[in-house]
Design a binder for this molecule. Structure first.
Ligand code: MRU
Length: 358
């Protein structure tokens, strides 16, 4: 299968009656089933429960969710003012699902702006969601093309979590250069961190790479340092959930360990992310909200408890890697290197356009 054909989101039908389908990532890799969202509430549930996950994908799903809410308001014959209220309610509901991935708030803000400009038809919101979806997929291909030349023939790379087609509008961010290099015939090997506690590496990245035919080896998170010490990894690359103005990167818990280990072993550590993942209103990583999830993700395994009852649990879903450990951030607008405030502004252009109102 070609990586371009992997998809996790599809809006089916017309603006008046269509629905959003998400490939249910809670069930992968065992079961490939699409979860149908016929209401904004269903989209919120899919995001909170991680049927759809990955920063760009949840932003796009939320935009479709707003279009579905407007569909319902149109069906009920609401006047414009009530449609705008429905958009506001939906934006608030969807914005309360997951706090760290800024793409969610970026997408919702665009929906809110469209409503403020007077849009009150589902077709207008669907057009916006579709444009975001397509832009993200195209941007990912640009990220892939920008960085692929750095993946030399015979190279072994490490990635953490899933920043592939399953996390985006298509093709992925961190996996995009890997796909481009693979498509151009380069031999490469990917070490995939399993990514405790939810196993996005084992369940999702390994699933994607198997589908596309990219050779990989699955490892437990704690194994990466010893592979680096043996010289088996030449480059590490991950995605991001939110990047502060300083270049500090919030991404899946365990990413910081990858970056520290990479620095210790002189393995370059890179991040790939679209411009919509930058939050220039966050001065640095310390101001990024980090989601904490249910302790059962840590205490239980396949429904069985794996620790004594009463064990205290810490379960942050993300951590922050300081900019000084990041060799470059690859975006659809170019590569940011060295990673610091001025270079970010230079590559992204007009930084104020990207500031997220809070
Ligand atoms: O909790 P998740 O699975 O939504 O976390 C996903 C990640 O951390 C990804 O690396 C990030 O969103 C980038 S996806 C292109």
């Amino acid at each position: 299968m070609n990586a371009r054909d992997l998809r996790c989101l599809a809006f089916e039908g017309d603006a008046a009656t269509g629905s959003l389908r998400v490939l249910d990532q809670r069930l992968l890799p065992a079961i490939e089933r699409w979860f149908e969202c016929r209401s904004a509430g269903a989209v919120a549930l899919a995001i909170r429960d991680m049927a759809v996950r990955g920063a760009p994908a949840i932003g796009i799903a939320a935009a479709y969710g707003v279009a579905i809410a407007v569909q319902e308001a149109n069906r009920r014959g609401y006047p414009s003012i009530a449609v705008r209220e429905a958009v506001e309610d939906t934006v608030n509901k969807l914005g309360a699902t997951r706090p760290t991935a800024v793409n969610l708030f970026w997408a919702l803000e665009r929906c809110r702006t469209l409503a403020a400009q007077g849009a009150d038809e589902a077709s207008q919101f669907l057009e916006l969601a579709r444009a975001m979806h397509e832009d993200d997929a195209q941007g990912n291909r640009r990220i892939g093309e920008t960085f692929a030349s750095r993946i030399e023939d015979g190279m072994s790379l490490l990635t953490h979590c899933n920043a592939g087609a399953l996390a985006t509008g298509g093709y992925g961010t961190a996996l995009a250069p890997i796909y481009v290099a693979h498509e151009s015939g380069r031999r490469l090997h990917v070490y995939v961190d399993e990514t405790r506690p939810r196993l996005q590496g084992a369940r999702l990245t390994a699933w994607e790479l198997s589908k596309v035919g990219v050779p990989f080896t699955l490892i437990c998170d704690g194994m990466a340092a010893s592979l680096m010490a043996k010289g088996k990894i030449q480059l590490a690359i991950t995605g991001a959930d939110r990047i502060a103005a300083s270049g500090d990167v919030a991404n899946k818990i365990g990413t910081y360990s990858v970056a520290v280990n990479a620095a210790h072993h002189q393995v370059p550590f890179h991040v790939a992310a679209p411009a919509s993942t930058f939050d220039l209103s966050c001065p640095d990583g310390a101001s990024i909200a980090i989601e904490e999830r249910n302790p059962s993700e840590v205490t239980d395994w396949a429904g069985e408890r794996t620790c004594p009852s009463g064990a205290r649990v810490y379960n942050p879903s993300f951590d922050v890697t300081p900019a000084r450990l990041v060799r470059s951030i690859v975006t659809e607008r170019g590569e940011i290197s060295p990673v610091h405030r001025e270079q970010i502004a230079k590559v992204l252009g007009a930084p104020m356009d990207l500031a997220q109102p809070r």
